[in-house]
Structure formats: C-alpha cells, structure tokens
Design a protein around this ligand. Structure first.
Ligand code: CA
Length: 229
C-alpha cells in the first residue's frame, strides 16, 4: 500500500532524487526544505513516515526529531534520519532522539527503499506491500487479490483493508474504536457499529472456504484474527 512520506531536506538535488525514487516505489511524497515548514505541513495532514535530514538551516534535524517524538500528536510517526555523518556516536545520538532508523549519505535508492519498508513494516505492518498468509487464507496488497485455499475471495474495498489490517496484526484483540482508527482513518466520522457491518460482510465472503472462523468476536472487547479456536 502506498505510504505518504514527508521528505525534510534542504538540498534541492537530493530532495528531488529522493522524491523521484519514492514515487517510483509507489509512495506519495510531500517535501519541505526546513523543519519549520515541515511542522506546518504536518499540522494539515500526518504523513506515514518522515525522512529527516540531519543538517538543516534553522532547526536541526535532531532537534526536530526530538520535538516530533515529544509531541503526542506526532510521536507515532516513524522517522528515518538522513545524514552525511557516518560516525557511530552520531548514529547513537540520532537514535536516542527517538528516530526509528538512520541512513548515511550517499545511499542507493535500493537501500533507502529497503529501510523505508522495514520501518513501515515494524511501525505499521499494513502499509507494506508484502503478501500475508494465515491458515490457507492469502492476501496480496499489490494485486489486491485474496484467496482461500487457492480459490478467489471477492471483497469490497473496506473489507479488503479490514482483512489486511487484521492479518498484519493477528492474535490481538482490536476494539471497534481501534479498527475505525486504523482501517477507516481519523478523517472520517463513522459509527462503531459500522465495524460490525463490515465484519459481517467479511465473514460472509470467507464462508465458502470456512476461513470465517478466523475472524473472532471477543465479547465486550472487539475482534481478533486468530487460528486458535
Ligand atoms: Ca542538509
């Protein structure tokens, strides 16, 4: 699934190169030449990931990372620091601010993509485009195909996102509010019982291969995808 990536980098050539590379990888790119401008952009829309240059005019990347991680509104956004410094001490300092990873310039597009993928997988598993599988039920985020024991399962877009989220967060109970947040996003106001409607549709679609039993109701708590009865 495409992620929205905010690139905070003051050197236009590097910013362009990164943006080009991210777009090629299917991501949506926002770019800012300074921490100050990035702050304003974040107020309008939260990105899924921030690529943050260490050396910036005005507020430094390190200061900005610390500010992001100290703010309840932004602290969950994964941050990858970009820097020309390769010293071990600087790396430690970068990670101490709460940055999730660290890439040293010059880096290859392939390396950067791999790091982005790894961080997204860790922080938001449903953002990656890797195929997921459970008990013969398989979901491919790239082709948007779902199969149960090899047979095609027809799902609506919401059921697809719901299943993708559940499959990337298995064996855990999710409340209706959490599912609304993660699957529907925080922009839309949807009632909690909407979740029940889509869970019902999802189960119905999974019935022919009996994968509906994986979608479990946990009374008073929410829903869980589990192989255990
Ligand atoms: Ca710079």
């Amino acid at each position: 699934m495409p992620a929205t990536v905010l690139v905070v980098e003051d050197e236009p050539a590097i910013q362009e190169l990164i943006a080009f590379n991210l777009k090629q990888a299917g991501h949506i790119v926002m770019a800012a030449p300074s921490a100050e401008l990035a702050s304003r952009m974040i107020k309008d829309a939260l990105p899924d990931l921030i690529l943050l240059d260490w050396m910036l005019p005005g507020m430094s990347g390190i200061e900005f990372a610390r500010k992001l991680k100290g703010d309840g509104y932004t602290k969950a956004i994964p941050v990858i620091m970009l820097t020309a410094r390769g010293e071990e001490q600087d790396k430690v300092k970068g990670l101490e601010t709460g940055a999730d990873d660290y890439v040293t310039k010059p880096f290859s597009p392939r390396e950067l993509n791999a790091r982005i993928k790894a961080v997204l997988r860790r922080r938001a598993p449903q953002m990656t485009d890797e195929q997921v599988e459970m008990a013969g039920l398989a979901l491919d985020p790239i082709t948007h195909r779902v199969t149960g024991d090899g047979a095609s399962v027809d799902l609506g877009p919401t059921e697809f996102r719901l299943l993708h989220f559940l499959m990337t967060h298995p064996e855990r109970v999710h409340s209706r509010a959490q599912l609304l947040d993660s699957v529907w996003g925080n922009q839309v106001y949807v009632e909690e019982r909407t979740v029940d409607v889509h869970i019902r549709r999802l189960r119905r679609a999974l019935e022919p291969t009996q994968h509906d039993v994986l979608v479990q109701t946990v009374r008073g708590a929410g829903y869980r995808l589990s192989q255990r009865a």
